[in-house]
Write a protein that binds this ligand. Structure first.
Ligand code: NAD
Ligand code: WQD
Length: 353
């Protein structure tokens, strides 16, 4: 059994990835400082899989803590999810974002190097493509950033590229996710944003469940078929499976030791198409009004996922209706996310290191 250190593994994408790692025969070892998550997600992973996840509370900026984890467990590779992800907040709090995302990543990579663990999958984002000149977006398109969050992802990609140049023993997969949505089929785990959601899907599902009165659709005059923004929404379970393929790919001859790949479906849906699909899934009317564009938004963004298929043998399986159905099952079953069921640390093995 290969131990995979999953930083930020109690979070939205991390918890779903733990399930897929277990299904593929890996053993996830989760570290998380719980700044945007709760260990209840890992309790639920145990409920779903029947397997207990090793969880150690700690911060990727804590070098001593990381050394103790690498010394205690024989780690085969790292999947690095830990980080802050709210674009607007990053504009307000650049120090916090550069410290958490960039300094945290450097601390982690340094600890990996010291402990001779040189295999990593990094959570990058389609945000690194800025406002692309054309769609679909290929991996060799120019990159840019318009906010500290996006810049942190770009810098971390570049840092990992420099690390590889200095030492080609490293295996590095840079995964550029498009727009993750959806939830596990069980309805037991899903996205649980703090406060009012910034992203479309949790907001729509919040309207459907009665938490918010109506959705503000940011812009109705984009050069898209219905005037609203178009994005490549990808089911979080597909995304999670992509991480397993990305790890396995290091053992095949199909990828270089350093590779960059898009994880998207290749299909773009508009805001109004998402509203319609969610309305069908929930059997609720989703009230909305078209308001001004949100600063920094682009009209259209979707992936060319060809490389992921060729290199990783991965392609998204779930469509828009499953994304909405699964989000609705999670949201309607857990209108307050993990909060209402809080039994902190229950069933989670709290390992002292
Ligand atoms: P999330 O907030 O649910 O998960 C991130 C986890 O990292 C949280 O559990 C949080 O508590 C933890 N964390 C944050 N800082 C930490 C630190 N310094 N030390 C230890 N743990 C820390 O977010 P997510 O949606 O699961 O995103 C996971 C990764 O994927 C992030 O790096 C994010 O930037 C990236 N990403 C997300 C999206 C998206 O839309 N969800 C899109 C592209 C990329
Ligand atoms: C999607 C569409 C909005 C909310 C962001 C980050 C990106 C990545 C994913 C991490 C857009 C519209 C939204 C609302 C709306 N995260 N919208 N009303 O902006 O594509 O990407 O999350 O890496 O970096 O920038 O996602 O879900 O916020 O927006 O009309 O209340 O929905 O304008 O067209 P986005 P989103």
């Amino acid at each position: 059994m290969k131990n995979i250190l999953v930083t930020g593994g109690a979070g939205y994408i991390g918890s779903h990835t733990c399930i897929e790692l277990l299904a593929a025969g890996y053993t996830p070892i989760v570290i998380d400082n719980l700044c945007n998550s709760s260990t209840i997600s890992l309790d639920k992973v145990k409920q779903i899989t029947g397997k207990k996840i090793t969880f150690i509370e700690g911060d990727v900026r804590d070098a001593k803590f990381l050394d103790s984890v690498f010394k205690k467990f024989n780690i085969y590779g790292v999947i690095h999810f830990a980080g802050l992800k709210a674009v607007g907040e990053s504009v307000e709090e650049p120090f916090m974002y550069y410290d958490n995302n960039i300094a945290g990543s450097i601390c982690l990579f340094d600890a990996m190097n010291r402990n001779n663990v040189k295999r990593i999958i990094f959570s990058s984002s389609a945000t690194v493509y800025g406002d692309p000149a054309t769609v679909p977006i290929k991996e060799d398109f120019p990159v840019s950033a318009t906010n500290p969050y996006g810049r942190s992802k770009l810098h971390i990609e570049e840092i990992l590229q420099d690390i590889y140049v200095s030492d080609d023993q490293w295996n590095i997969g840079l995964l550029r996710y498009f727009n993750p949505v959806g939830a596990h089929k069980s309805g037991l785990i899903g996205e649980d944003p703090n406060g009012i959601p910034n992203n479309l899907m949790p907001y729509i599902s919040g309207v459907a469940v009665g938490k918010y009165k109506e959705l503000s659709v940011f812009g109705g005059n984009y050069p898209t078929p219905d005037g609203t923004g178009v994005r490549d929404y990808i089911h979080v379970v597909d995304l999670a499976k992509g991480h397993v393929k990305a790890l396995q790919a290091f053992e095949s001859s199909k990828v270089d030791n350093l590779y960059t790949v898009n994880l998207g479906t290749g299909i773009g849906y508009s805001v109004l198409e998402m509203v319609k699909a969610f309305s069908t899934a929930s059997n609720k009317k989703i009230a909305y009004k078209i308001v001004a564009r949100r600063s920094g938004d682009i009209a259209c963004c979707y992936a060319d996922p060809t490389l992921a298929k060729e290199m990783l043998g991965w392609q998204a399986q779930y469509g828009i209706q499953e994304m909405c159905d699964d989000t609705w099952r999670w949201q309607s079953g857990n209108p307050d996310g993990y909060k209402v069921n809080a039994e902190p640390h229950l069933m989670v093995e709290d390992v002292t290191v």
